[in-house]
Design a binder for this molecule. Structure first.
Ligand SMILES: O=C(O)CCC(=O)C(=O)O
Ligand SMILES: [Fe+2]
Length: 340
C-alpha cells in the first residue's frame, strides 16, 4: 500500500503548445517547471489518437499472451525485450522497442511470440516504426526547446555539439492491479525512480497514476493527471548532469488506485553510450561551479544496471548515487559528492 491520499494532490504543469511559436511567457513557465519539477506537458504534438489506440490494442494482444510465450522474449532469452511481472513490481510488465530501426526491433520480438497465422503480426512493426519516428522528431524538437530554457541561443550553440548523436528507445508498460483493489488502498505499480535518459516523453492512458515527488513540506506526492491529447515530458539523469543540476531529474512513480489495467508508453531519448558527459562552462557558470567531473555515459548506465537498488526495475538510485559511488572508488565524478 502507498501513502494516504491526504498527502497527494494534483500538480498543475504548464503545457507547451508545439503548434505555436515559442512565447517568452511559455519559456519562463517551462523554465520554472524544469527547475522545480523536471516535468512539463506538451500539446498539439502531432500524434493522433488513432495511433495511440492502435499501439494500445496491439500491445494488449501481446501482454495477453500466456507467460510461457512472453518469456521467449524475457530476461533469460536472447532477445530480452520483455520484462515480466515480479521484477519491477508484481503488477508491472513491459516490452521494449529499440531505435533507430523501430520496425525491425518490434517485428523481431513479435515474430517470436505470434504464430504465422496471426494476420496482425506485420502491422505491429509498422505502427511502432511510425510511433518511433514521430517520437524521434518530437524528442529533437523538445530537446532544443529545453536548451533554450537554459539560456538564449543555447539551442544553436549546444545542440549540434552535444545532442546530435542522441538515440531513442521506447518501453510499453502494462500495469495489472489485483481485481479486488478498492480506491482507498492505492498500491505501487512502479516504485520511485529517476530516468536514465536526457528526456523521456510519456503517454499515459486515461487511468492515470503517474506521480512526482514533491520537495515541499507536508505534501509528498503530486499526481500528474492524464489528459487527452497531452504527453508528459520529464528530465532524466543524463540531462541533469549535463546541465549541472540546472534541470532536475525528478523522482517519480506510478500508483494504481482502481482495479483497471493501465497502459503507458515511455520514449527515452539518451546520449550515445561512449559520450563523455561534461557541463559546458556557459551552462555551469564557470569551471569551479561545475558539480560533475566528466563521466562516460555507459559507466553510469552500467552502475544503474548492476546495482539491484539502482536498476530501472528495482529503482531508487540516481545519478547522484553514481557520483557518490564513483567518489568512493576514486573515479570521482562529482567534485562535491551529493549525499541527499
Ligand atoms: O507508466 C508511466 O506512466 C511512467 C513509466 C515510467 O516512469 C518509466 O517507464 O520510466
Ligand atoms: Fe520513469
Amino acid at each position: 500500500m502507498v501513502s494516504s491520499s491526504a498527502f497527494e494532490t494534483t500538480l498543475n504543469l504548464p503545457s507547451l503548445d508545439l503548434s505555436k511559436p515559442l512565447q517568452p511567457s511559455s519559456l519562463s513557465s517551462l523554465s520554472e517547471a524544469c527547475h522545480q519539477w523536471g516535468f512539463f506537458n506538451i500539446i498539439n504534438h502531432g500524434i493522433s489518437k488513432d495511433l495511440f489506440e492502435n499501439i494500445k490494442s496491439f500491445s494488449n494482444q501481446l501482454f495477453d499472451l500466456p507467460s510461457e510465450a512472453k518469456l521467449k522474449l524475457g530476461p533469460s532469452s536472447s532477445i530480452k525485450t520483455y520484462t515480466p511481472q515480479f521484477i519491477a513490481s508484481p503488477y508491472f510488465e513491459s516490452f521494449r522497442v529499440s531505435g533507430p530501426d523501430f520496425h525491425s526491433s518490434a517485428q523481431d520480438s513479435v515474430d517470436v511470440v505470434f504464430d504465422n497465422n496471426n494476420n496482425n503480426r506485420h502491422e505491429f512493426g509498422e505502427i511502432l516504426e511510425e510511433y518511433g519516428k514521430k517520437m524521434t522528431e518530437l524528442a529533437k524538437k523538445i530537446m532544443k526547446i529545453v536548451l533554450m530554457v537554459l539560456g538564449d541561443g543555447f539551442d544553436t550553440r549546444f545542440y549540434d555539439l552535444d545532442f546530435k548523436n542522441c538515440h531513442g528507445y521506447l518501453r510499453i508498460n502494462r500495469y495489472s492491479p489485483p481485481t479486488n483493489l478498492d480506491d482507498k488502498k492505492a498500491i505501487e505499480g512502479l516504485g520511485m525512480h529517476t530516468d536514465m535518459s536526457c528526456i523521456t516523453i510519456v503517454y499515459q492512458d486515461e487511468i492515470g497514476g503517474l506521480q512526482v515527488k514533491s520537495k515541499q513540506e507536508g505534501i509528498r506526492w503530486m499526481d500528474i493527471a492524464p489528459s487527452e491529447g497531452t504527453l508528459v515530458v520529464n528530465i532524466g539523469d543524463l540531462l541533469q548532469a549535463w546541465s549541472n543540476d540546472k534541470l532536475i531529474s525528478s523522482e517519480h512513480r506510478v500508483v494504481l488506485k482502481q482495479p483497471e489495467n493501465r497502459l503507458s508508453i515511455a520514449f527515452f531519448w539518451c546520449f550515445e553510450d561512449e559520450k563523455v558527459i561534461l557541463a559546458p562552462n556557459e551552462v555551469a557558470g564557470n569551471e569551479e561551479m561545475r558539480l560533475y567531473k566528466p563521466f562516460v555515459c555507459l559507466d553510469y548506465l552500467k552502475f544503474r544496471e548492476s546495482n539491484e537498488e539502482g536498476k530501472f526495475e528495482k529503482v531508487g538510485f540516481t545519478v547522484k548515487d553514481f557520483v557518490a559511488h564513483n567518489t568512493k572508488i576514486e573515479l570521482c565524478t562529482k567534485v562535491h559528492p551529493v549525499t541527499q
